[in-house]
Design a protein around this ligand. Structure first.
Ligand SMILES: *Cc1c(COP(=O)(O)O)cnc(C)c1O
Length: 410
């Protein structure tokens, strides 16, 4: 057997008393170390660990030939519903559809105002505009990157119908405050949980709930790079409201309950059986995946601690962090030069997101450039996301953080 990399699993071997003869240090000295290539997300390596199970599950779908809404979809929906602690879970084709179906089911009318962060992925706000609703962009908190309740309060008008908090990068938005504002003003809350599946929110009274199941409705995505990623597209909607669940299920299925009797305008948004079969296996691993992400984050946190030019991700008391992204804020660092330096070392990094919603051309009809969102603009210029996934090993993490420190301290 040739040992090419020293990864976490090798290091764990030495703590196994039966394998004490396995000397990692010696191996390091005597064999050339070839580090596995670093990726933003390593879905391939993750797949290899569950390959036998996944391949069997895919073949089972092929054997039964129930590609659409088969047993796999029903099984996954039930497991996800239990995991989420949701009243109802409706699978659909992707996270963007999940948001759209939720907004359609809430009967929002053209011109209704929807308060959303500008600092988010475009899908959140795009569906608002697509349904001819008016996106009202507000600020995020400079530490958590999530919706700022004070900014939400200031944006409420008689036309406001809903608030869309985004649990960005895997950190929960301040749901307790948002729910209180929504209750006071009679607004719906649509949680964009695409980046935070598995995240727990702790209320002041100590109760804990999964993000995505706190608001009126929650939307999530199974895009391959998401924390619970399929090998294709997928999404789901959560709600505790039986009537709303029924309506969303119909909307996702051409507005029908009985085949060919269409009661309302809907769309076609289905989760494939093959994706559901894969997701059902991956859901069992989700908590372990989150732990692996948290370990990688802890490594980065320690490496960058006390560096005045780097602010590591903040974790609020009320939130667990599931680290969909590990995003630094840089102070007095030339970000483009750092990016180029890392790229030269084959270390990928990304800017999520380079242009905030209120500056996107697609919203020009809403005359948004007049909006002044200082925190959002400030963050947009300073954030950088590092490789974050379940398969990062110590060698890769050291190489990434040492390279960044090397650049920053020189
Ligand atoms: C990924 C994502 C979506 C959309 O999910 P898709 O499955 O790609 O349609 C929506 N909102 C946020 C914040 C996302 O990260």
């Amino acid at each position: 057997m040739q040992i090419n990399t020293i990864n976490l699993s090798n290091i764990q071997i030495i703590s196994n008393p039966n394998l004490l003869y396995f000397d990692v240090d010696l191996l390091c000295k005597t064999r050339p170390i070839v580090m596995r290539p670093i990726q933003m997300v390593d879905t391939k390596q993750q797949y290899l660990k569950i390959k036998a199970e996944v391949d069997a599950a895919i073949h089972e779908v092929l054997d039964t030939a129930s590609y659409i809404n088969g047993k796999a979809v029903q099984d996954f929906t039930a497991s996800l519903n239990a995991y989420q602690g949701a009243g109802f879970t409706i699978p659909c084709a992707n996270g963007t559809d999940a948001l759209q179906i939720a907004m359609m089911a809430l009967d929002l009318q053209p011109g209704d105002e929807v308060i959303t962060p500008s600092f988010t992925y475009i899908a959140t706000t795009e569906v608002v505009a697509l349904l001819k609703l008016k996106p009202v962009f507000v600020e995020v908190d400079p530490y958590t990157f999530c919706l700022d309740p004070e900014s939400v309060k200031k944006a409420i008008t008689p036309k406001t119908k809903a608030i869309v908090p985004v649990h960005l990068y895997g950190h929960a938005a301040p749901m307790e405050e948002i729910m209180a504002i929504a209750k006071e003003h009679g607004l719906f809350v649509i949680e964009d949980n695409a980046q935070a599946i598995g995240c727990d929110y702790r209320f002041a009274d100590g109760t804990v709930q999964k993000t995505g199941s706190i608001g009126t409705v929650g939307a999530t995505s199974f895009y391959p790079s998401k924390n619970l990623g399929a090998y294709g597209d997928g999404g789901a909607i959560f709600t505790n409201d039986a009537e709303l669940a029924h309506k969303m299920k119909m909307i996702a299925n051409h507005g029908q309950q009985t085949r060919y009797y269409h009661e309302m305008v809907g769309c076609n948004s289905r989760l494939d059986s093959i994706q559901a079969a894969i997701l059902n296996i991956k859901l069992r691993e989700l908590d372990n995946y989150i732990k692996a992400r948290q370990s990688a984050a802890a490594f980065y946190d320690a490496a960058f601690a006390d560096n005045e030019k780097i602010t590591t991700p903040f974790v609020a008391e009320y939130s667990k962090h599931v680290y969909h992204q590990y995003t630094l804020q840089l102070k007095g660092v030339n970000r483009d030069a750092l990016n180029a330096y890392l790229a030269e070392k084959k270390i990928p990094s990304m800017i999520y997101y380079p242009v905030p919603g209120h500056k996107q051309k697609m919203f020009s009809a809403f005359n948004l450039p007049e909006i002044d969102l200082k925190v959002t603009d400030w963050l947009t210029e300073r954030v950088i996301s590092l490789p974050m996934h379940t398969e990062l090993d110590i060698e890769q993490l050291s190489f990434i953080s040492n390279s960044i420190l090397n650049f920053i301290n020189n």
